[in-house]
Design a protein around this ligand. Structure first.
Ligand code: B1M
Length: 204
């Protein structure tokens, strides 16, 4: 993979060239960036590339998408849905959560990042304030996995459980645990998180 500065320069050059050739911004976004990010996600899931590669790709994409944004039509700006993401209460590990965020953003989701140490109340407020369709929770400690259950229960108490899907992930988390706490989905890594989010939100 390319070094970060090189990747950013090359990405910018390709975008500038495409725009001066008259390629619509929507096409650059959908057929260029989003398609490329799907490949990055799959390669990462398959162990062909590693965390630094994903970060380089995500940052190069972010910088160019920021420049592309003013040229996108309102329709093109409509995304695949809003996801509220956070690392759960008591847990400060956010590297994996950030990777999931970058992959979701790169794949056309609007992602609201609540950070780490996020409580059930904060998730509920995040869903309400952003009209989110999906919550994505990360936990890295066996001791904080329980917060995931508290958050699902908190959504139920707040009357939001029927209107929002819940996806969980993180090193100690499993599909079996997701089933046990009544989460809607589990993803093993940042690449598969995109596929799970698409499935849960019913988007292609
Ligand atoms: Co801590 N830590 N840590 N730590 N830390 C682990 C997790 C640990 C396994 C180390 C060990 O003992 N071998 C262990 C947990 C044991 C356990 O409970 N099973 C541990 C511990 C014990 C602790 C402390 C309690 C240590 C202490 O203070 N005594 C403490 C807890 C602090 C707290 O959170 N309250 C602590 C602190 C820290 C640091 C702050 C120093 C730092 C975090 C910095 C940060 O995140 N900003 C840290 C780190 C870096 C690690 C290790 C070394 C690396 C974690 C990481 O970022 N991995 C870790 C040991 C290890 O894994 N080798 C360890 C890379 C990251 C990309 O992977 O987060 O798994 P990961 O994300 C993956 C997937 O899991 C998945 O996708 C990602 C990409 O593929 N994924 C999702 C993650 N979230 C997802 C959400 C999804 C879907 C997929 O959908 C929503």
């Amino acid at each position: 993979m390319l070094a970060r500065a090189e990747a950013m320069t090359q990405t910018e050059e390709i975008v500038n060239k495409a725009m001066s050739d008259g390629v619509p911004a929507e096409e650059i976004l959908n057929n260029g960036f989003i398609a490329a990010m799907a490949i990055i996600g799959d390669k990462f899931s398959e162990g062909e590339i590693y965390i630094p590669d994903v970060l380089i790709a995500a940052r190069a994409m972010q910088a160019s998408v920021d420049k592309l944004r003013p040229h996108l039509s309102d329709e093109a700006r409509i995304d695949r849905g809003t996801v509220v993401i956070g690392t759960v209460k008591g847990d400060l590990h956010d590297i994996g959560k950030n990777l999931v965020k970058y992959m979701l953003q790169g794949s056309g989701f609007n992602v609201v990042d609540l950070g780490n140490d996020v409580s059930a109340e904060q998730f509920a407020e995040g869903v309400r304030a952003n009209d989110a369709g999906l919550i994505a929770m990360s936990a890295l400690l066996t001791t904080t996995m329980g917060s995931m259950k508290d958050i699902v229960d908190g959504l139920e108490e707040a009357g939001l459980r029927d209107s929002v899907k819940v996806m969980i992930g993180g090193a100690p988390v499993t599909q079996e645990y997701a089933d046990r706490i009544n989460a809607d989905g589990y993803a093993r890594d940042a690449g598969s998180a995109v596929h799970t989010a698409m499935e849960l939100l019913g988007v292609e």
